[in-house]
Unconditional design. Structure first.
Length: 563
RNA sequence: UGGGGCGUCGUCAAGCGGUAAGACACAGGAUUUUGGUUCCUGCAUUCGGAGGUUCGAAUCCUCCCGCCCCAGCCA
């Protein structure tokens, strides 16, 4: 990780950890874990949790953060997901070293714990069906009804549970339940299910098991087995904390981690729920989990985001217990900040307007020097060919410019970046449509490089590309995935109706020749247009594809809007 | 109408009884061979509301209002 990342701002969780270390709780140890379920790809919300958990661990000598797959529900989980999750965590810049774990590694141990709970008279096999359990759970305001199987003897429970494991029963015939309190005001405590029968092969344990532990049972015990000190999770698990503590107390384990909840990340103009992201992928509303419009780590990576920018973003948003929605502009700020410092500058034209330099000799080519990054002279210079016929951006010319427009116009002189001052002397229009199709300019040979010996000023500098030398490429221009700040605003409407039909615009792109050998993943700033990266999936040397990561800040666009 | 949480600038977020940090956004201005960057400047007399305690309250107490989570054999 880069050293110039400022030390993390403090937050309530770091305060708790610091206090615990000060008081020598857990012998001063700090051990966290990032526990994803491998049922989807990681998104920017997970990045917040990853940065928190791994971040805290690295802030203490000997602090550790485990990567643990919470793979207790084989019907939803796949290896493809575990691989992508490992890739994403690594890419973000974190290292779990030799601490890669799976809840499924503990299945045998977990089973033993369950047996122990039965022996303690704190768990029983319930033979009510799904529907009956639901009906007897009670409601928010009414207590539940105790299961008729609640009083089975320890022996009977032991025998039944063993037979459940042995595969003697069909799915749903029995479950193992904790014997707690059907009248608890906390519904989670009304004899929660601990184990269910599921004849599904597991991506790691295959068909070894036909009973699988529930989250509440597996999670706290996995934390305990791994000697986690601080078990950080999101707010919706707050109600489950009572059960987390109950199980660990009932089993009298020697490590009882502290669960601390924080608010999950919400971002405007997108969705961050795995269920909804799966829906977008499976419904083909995007090209896949790594579609550059997706808020997934793999989507952001393909879009051109850097790990550092995401880490900085996560640091800036903070950690608190309040439900909140972060402005996506903050994410965009984070990537601009990083790329401004590191991305080489190049030129390319999105909407070409042909320009002929009348007084520039036909057939000659000049090689001009251009800075690779004005922010960093160490990045050197490159040569750009200049010739008689060029392309500039259509937006950079107006025949009848308004007050504040200071780009090219008839009779006006502007600078072509790193080249010459040019003056527009003639406008060629299409006879039918009246559209401007070509400009004729003259150049001032004394302004080579872009400055005039007599100190004459111009009000604009345009990017350009030599027509004969330009490389034809493709640009993919992305916009917000949704048109609404909160796509879930209308709760009874499908969030997909708020999808932005213009979230992707594909357009030809004429780029300077130095880009001919651009490699997949390379990031650039196309001057005055934005930051782009070479697509890692669809780009090839003969057909370059550039993804627009984010535009540059555009104050001219703001001025235009106001007028 | 049970239980658990949360309400500080447009958006995040510090603050923990001594008189409202910071970031993004926004608005001005300066510098600029990117209308980019950088640099200044401005941006909550007020902390969901009402009472109370106190010399002093965003911080403590009371009541009220609003929002979120929980009734999967999901996590």
């Amino acid at each position: 990780m880069s050293k110039n990342e400022s030390s993390p701002a403090s937050d309530f969780i770091r305060n708790i950890v610091a206090e615990d270390v000060k008081n020598n709780k857990n012998g001063g140890r700090v051990a966290t874990r990032f526990p994803p379920e491998p049922n989807g790809y990681l998104h920017i919300g997970h990045a917040k949790s990853i940065c928190l958990n791994f971040g805290i661990a690295t802030e203490y000598d000997g602090g550790t953060c485990n990567l643990r797959f919470d793979d207790t529900n084989p019907s939803k989980e796949e290896v493809e997901y575990v691989e992508s999750i490992k890739d994403d965590v690594r890419w973000l810049g974190f290292d779990w070293e030799n601490r890669l774990f799976y809840a499924s590694d503990y299945f045998e141990q977990l089973y033993e714990y369950a047996v122990q709970l039965i022996k303690l008279g704190k768990a029983y096999v319930c033979s009510l069906n799904n529907e009956e359990i639901r009906k007897t759970r009670g409601t928010l305001t009414e207590p539940g009804i105790e299961s008729p199987f609640r009083s089975r003897s320890v022996e009977e429970n032991l025998a039944l549970f063993e037979r459940m494991r042995g595969g003697e029963f069909v799915d749903g015939a029995h479950v193992l339940r904790a014997k707690i309190d059907m009248a608890s005001p906390n519904i989670v405590m009304r004899d929660p299910t601990l184990y269910r029968i599921r004849r599904v092969s597991h991506h790691r344990t295959g068909d070894n098991w036909c009973i699988y532990p529930m989250y509440d049972f597996a999670h706290c015990l996995s934390d305990s087995i791994e000697k986690i000190t601080h078990s950080l999770c999101t707010l919706e698990f707050e109600n489950n904390r009572e059960l987390y503590d109950w199980i660990l107390d009932a089993l009298d384990v020697d490590c009882h981690p502290q669960q601390i909840e924080f608010a999950r990340l919400n971002l405007n103009y997108t969705v961050l729920s795995k269920r909804k992201l799966v829906e977008l992928v499976q419904g083909k509303h995007v090209s896949g989990w790594d579609d550059p419009r997706m808020p997934t780590i793999s989507g952001l990576r393909r879009r051109g985001y850097t790990p550092e920018s995401i880490r900085n973003f996560c640091e800036r948003i903070g950690v608190a217990r309040r439900d909140s929605t972060v402005d996506i502009a903050l994410l965009e700020f984070s990537i601009r900040e990083d790329l401004n410092k590191h991305a080489p500058r190049v030129m390319g034209i999105l909407r070409p307007l042909k320009v002929v330099i009348d007084n520039f000799p036909e057939g000659t080519v000049e090689e001009l020097d251009a800075l690779n990054n004005p922010e960093d002279s160490a990045m050197g210079t490159r040569k750009i060919p200049f010739s008689r016929v060029l392309y500039i951006e259509q937006d950079d010319f107006m025949e009848d410019p308004p007050k504040k427009f200071f780009r090219l116009a008839p009779g006006r002189e502007v600078r072509l970046r790193y080249a010459y001052y040019v003056t527009c002397v003639n406008v060629v229009k299409d006879g039918q449509t009246g559209r401007v199709v070509e400009l004729h300019c003259t150049y001032d040979p004394d302004t080579r490089g872009g400055s005039s010996p007599n100190g004459r000023k111009v009000k604009a500098t345009l990017h350009w590309v030599s027509a004969h030398h330009a490389v034809k490429a493709e640009a993919r221009l992305y916009d917000h995935l949704f048109v609404k700040e909160n796509p879930n605003e209308e709760k009874d409407m499908d969030f997909k109706t708020n999808l932005n039909p213009n979230s992707l615009k594909i357009t030809p792109f004429l780029v300077e020749p130095s880009l001919a050998d651009a490699v997949p993943g390379a990031r650039y700033q196309f001057e005055r247009l934005g930051y782009f990266c070479v697509d890692t999936v669809d780009s090839s040397p003969s057909a370059l594809v550039f993804n627009r990561t984010v535009t540059l800040r555009d104050t001219w666009a703001k001025i235009k809007k106001k007028q």
